[in-house]
Write a protein that binds this ligand. Structure first.
Ligand SMILES: Nc1ncnc2c1ncn2[C@@H]1O[C@H](COP(=O)(O)OP(=O)(O)O)[C@@H](O)[C@H]1O
Ligand SMILES: [Mg+2]
Length: 279
């Protein structure tokens, strides 16, 4: 089952949205739109009647309301008032590393199908060392038990991603989306890339996005990707190349069938190359 991200044009690039009960990473430097992304993700769930939890270390309820209303999402206050959206600001200095307060807050307030956001995870794991990998693994497993989580990570401005506090969550996350802001004067000021999506197809390449009043994040290119994805008629490929199906080992044939089901022009070319070998 897929969880719609609520981001315009993004579900199509993820093969239908996030997978249920996963931990999904948004990586980006400051100002790329991680907080806008997170709120848009929560609002999508709230609209569908799901519960939502927003945890941060720098935004309190008033700050969240301000960001949302600046984008025209005035309904945010109703969701807060009727307890569908829970917002909790933790103080990083009081959080003794992925501590019980944080996980208890999530456990107590989740119904098992909750959209959980931690925006951002960086203050929580700033002093992370590689030995703490198991702790992050444990924490992510907990989150998955209680819902489908979105975790933002601050990308250092110098682009160095080798720090354990970045590498470990990237490695353990089920999906990673990287947001980039190039600055004015560039052809595409803001671009998005899906670095990984475990157990799912995802679009490759870089997609421009914009942050718009009312809409929030809008990703371009979904319709192009949808058009280039197509179901390939394997029988037609065999006919055209004059290859008989029986001349291909059963196992290879099964694999080609899987690839043909969910494919694009690039894959079609590869299928043709493989079938040709059996001419
Ligand atoms: N109401 C708005 N209308 C248009 N753009 C906005 C609006 N609110 C925020 N933005 C854009 O989003 C950027 C900040 O996004 P934010 O989610 O706070 O980034 P991050 O959390 O990654 O630091 C702003 O610099 C601005 O360009
Ligand atoms: Mg932010």
């Amino acid at each position: 089952m897929r969880i719609s991200t609520g981001i315009y044009g993004l579900d199509e690039l993820l093969g239908g949205g996030y997978l249920k009960n996963t931990v999904n990473i948004i990586l980006g430097s400051t100002g790329t739109g991680k907080t806008v992304f997170a709120l848009q993700y929560l609002l999508k769930g709230l609209e569908d009647g799901e519960k939502a939890i927003y945890v941060s270390f720098d935004m309190d309820v008033e700050d969240v309301i301000q960001v949302a209303t600046s984008l025209g999402w005035f309904e945010i206050e109703d969701y807060i008032n009727n307890n569908m959206l829970l917002i909790n600001k933790f103080f990083a200095e009081n959080v003794t590393y992925l501590n019980d307060n944080l996980i208890n807050f999530i456990v107590e307030n989740s119904d098992g199908n909750t959209r959980i956001v931690i925006d951002s995870f960086t203050p929580l794991i700033a002093s992370l060392s590689y030995e703490m990998r198991n702790d992050v693994n444990w924490f992510f497993a907990k989150l998955k038990e209680y819902g489908t989580a979105l975790i933002s990570l601050e990308e250092p401005l110098n682009g160095d991603l080798s720090d354990p506090s970045i590498v470990i969550p990237l490695f353990l996350g089920d999906s990673v989306i990287q947001l980039k802001s190039l600055g004015y004067g560039e052809a595409f000021n803001r671009t998005l890339r899906i670095v990984k999506h475990r157990r799912s197809w995802h679009a490759e390449g870089v997609f421009p996005y914009r942050i718009l009043d009312g809409i929030g994040i809008y990703v371009e290119g979904a319709s192009y990707v949808e058009e280039s994805r197509k179901k390939i008629d394997l029988d037609a490929v065999f006919d055209e190349l004059g290859v008989s199906k029986s001349s291909i080992p059963e196992k290879i044939l099964r694999r080609l069938e899987v690839l043909a089901k969910n494919s694009d022009e690039e894959a079609e070319r590869i299928i043709i190359e493989i079938v040709k070998r059996y001419r």
